[in-house]
Design a protein around this ligand. Structure first.
Ligand SMILES: [Fe+2]
Length: 367
């Protein structure tokens, strides 16, 4: 029996089909803490494997009734692990490209609402959440973060034609696929009104509505995370909040800002959040990011507004208190975000492999 490689798409399909497999992550605890394959088993053997220690996996117990997929950062050390496991007589594969390549993996959760279906398309390898909202035979896509073909296929399977493609803001953690998707789908590309992006789009203003099928999206201008950040309400039932409001936190106001600008944006974010908290308690909040890799379990990352608001109520008691709480908890800046913003403003996708540029977890939230 030889150890072999498996590509991201095949592993993604196995997990989506709930096929029994042990995903074995052999990276250092520091790397594992950043991001991981949902449901994976972590065994810290990276340094020992790299040093060629034949006992690097000593003490690791593996079920013998299912294949093992070994995972490291870039797909090299995981091959060494696979060779060692292979000697135990277990079918084993090394994930080609490692966690860097896994960054593109996605899965889906579906939520039925009266009059509309929401497909949450989760880029689980990075925690980016995008949405296809279908109503009758039409659909709108929000914050596309994986290849356009994925949205086209999912929409087609449900008999939807994609009419509108929207972004909630100019993203800093991933390359927006919205422009490319709108082009191949023949849909209207709509973005919050701003003068940052250098390509044609339909500009959205506060209160404006977008009609498709029997549904309607309503624009809420919610500056703070970025100055153009907007949320999109769906038929008074749900709200797509981008990086303004998350299930357990709020958007960071400091990217591409000086400390003074970050304070000012924090104040603006506070007012935007107060406005959102006035919406009905039962409004279902669909955020733009997850803080953990979404599992292949079909469970949406979403929460009713009253649950979220009770979680962050203490922060929102006063503007000064909010500023202190948020500015105190700012996470490290995401890698390569300046380059990603530049590309998103230009509406460009670089040639070739983008996983290096987009590597790492999203860091858009303060929680
Ligand atoms: Fe963002």
């Amino acid at each position: 029996m030889r150890s072999q490689k498996i590509d991201v798409e095949t592993l993604r399909e196995w997990l989506a089909a709930r096929r029994p497999v042990t995903v074995l992550d052999i990276r250092t605890p520091e790397d594992h803490a950043q991001w991981f394959v949902p449901g994976s088993l972590h065994f810290n053997a990276y340094d020992a494997l790299k040093a060629g220690d034949p006992d690097a996996l000593k003490g690791l117990e593996l079920p013998g009734d299912r294949p093992v997929v070994t995972v490291c950062n870039a797909g090299k050390v995981s091959q060494v692990a696979a060779e060692q496991i292979n000697r135990r007589g277990i079918e084993v594969f090394s994930l080609a490209g490692g966690m860097k390549a896994w960054s593109l993996a996605w899965n889906v959760a579906e939520v039925q609402l009266p009059g509309a279906t929401v497909l949450q398309v989760r880029r689980t390898g990075k925690g980016c959440l995008s949405y296809i909202v279908g109503s009758a035979s039409e659909a709108a896509v929000i914050d596309a973060s994986v290849d356009a073909a994925v949205y086209l296929r999912l929409a087609q399977e449900r008999g939807w034609t994609i009419r509108h493609v929207l972004d909630t803001h100019v993203h800093a953690d991933h390359l927006s696929r919205s422009r490319a998707l709108a082009q191949v789908a023949g849909a209207v590309l709509a973005l919050p009104a701003q003068d940052r992006t250098a390509f044609p789009f339909s500009a959205l203003a506060d209160g404006q509505t977008i009609q498709f099928g029997h549904s309607r999206l309503t624009v809420f201008s919610t500056p703070g995370h970025t100055m153009e950040s907007s949320c999109y309400g769906l038929d008074g039932q749900a709200l797509f909040t981008g990086d303004t409001l998350f299930v357990t936190g709020v958007g960071r106001p400091d990217l591409k800002a000086s400390p003074d600008e970050a304070r000012e944006r924090g104040r603006i974010l506070y007012r935007s959040l107060r406005r959102l908290l006035e919406l009905p308690a039962a409004t279902l909040i669909f955020p733009g990011h997850a803080s953990e890799p979404p599992a292949f379990d079909g469970k949406p990352v979403a929460e009713h507004l009253d649950r979220i608001s009770s979680r962050i109520a203490a922060w929102l008691e006063s503007e000064e208190g909010f500023l202190a709480a948020v500015l105190d908890r700012i996470p490290p800046t995401p890698p390569n975000y300046l380059r990603i913003v530049e590309l998103n403003e230009a509406g460009a996708m670089p040639e070739g492999d983008v996983t290096e540029l987009e590597a790492g977890a999203n860091r858009c939230a303060v929680s």
